[in-house]
Design a protein around this ligand. Structure first.
Ligand SMILES: CC(C)(COP(=O)(O)OP(=O)(O)OC[C@H]1O[C@@H](n2cnc3c(N)ncnc32)[C@H](O)[C@@H]1OP(=O)(O)O)[C@@H](O)C(=O)NCCC(=O)NCCS
Length: 176
């Protein structure tokens, strides 16, 4: 397999991101909340990436090959209010052909480095389906801690699914 780089996405990456998102959305038991037909339109994706670029506590990272194929994405959205700006959740997906090759871990390590570089974000959070053992392994390996469980938080493919909430604190909590 050829090499890839990780970088922040620009609006010009929207079409390649949608190709990736469609592949993931059409996988059965895909580990994410979006299913077939639920991805953004090209126009919506462009607008979303523009918002990411213009918002100091949002980012969309992509892993992309020299041929321009997006093989993984990791998007983070921080809160919009003063009380929530330091905190946000991310979503991640890696092309099936590229899983278990370190791409997901590399994307999250980039995300953590970016979060620290913002000078704003001190908590990186996520939710993950409780049966998604690979994802949970990666998150724990990178220092994320289990914070709780939301029962029946999702309804997918005819069944309710529990999700874990996990988080990584980047600073000690400020004193009250
Ligand atoms: C979860 C996901 C992002 C991880 O990305 P990835 O590139 O496959 O991850 P990596 O290659 O960096 O690491 C995979 C690790 O999981 C381990 N692993 C694989 N299958 C596993 C399983 N069933 N149980 C536990 N660990 C498992 C691998 O051995 C590897 O461990 P290591 O880093 O200690 O060597 C990717 O698999 C994916 O996109 N899955 C589908 C979408 C999804 O579930 N997204 C997450 C939503 S919360």
């Amino acid at each position: 397999m050829s090499a890839y780089i990780i970088r922040e996405a620009t609006p010009e990456d929207a079409a390649a991101i949608l190709v990736h998102n469609d592949l993931i959305a059409n996988e059965p038991d895909n580990g994410i909340t979006r299913g077939p037909g639920e991805n953004m339109t090209l126009q919506e994706e462009v607008a979303y990436l523009e918002t990411c670029r213009a918002t100091d506590n949002w980012v969309m990272l992509i892993a992309i090959t020299p041929m321009g194929e997006v093989i993984g994405i990791c998007g983070f959205q921080g809160g919009r209010r003063r009380a929530t700006r330091h905190d946000g959740d991310f979503g991640i997906s890696v092309n099936r052909e590229w899983r278990d090759k370190g791409v997901g871990s590399a994307l999250i390590q980039h995300l953590i480095a970016w979060a620290k570089s913002t000078g704003i974000i001190t908590r990186v959070g996520l939710t993950v389906m409780t049966h998604n053992e690979r994802a949970i392994h990666v998150y724990k390996k990178l220092g994320f801690e289990l914070e709780g469980c939301k029962r029946a938080a999702l309804f997918k493919e005819g069944r309710y699914i529990d999700v874990y909430m996990m988080g990584l604190l980047l600073l000690d909590r400020p004193k009250a």
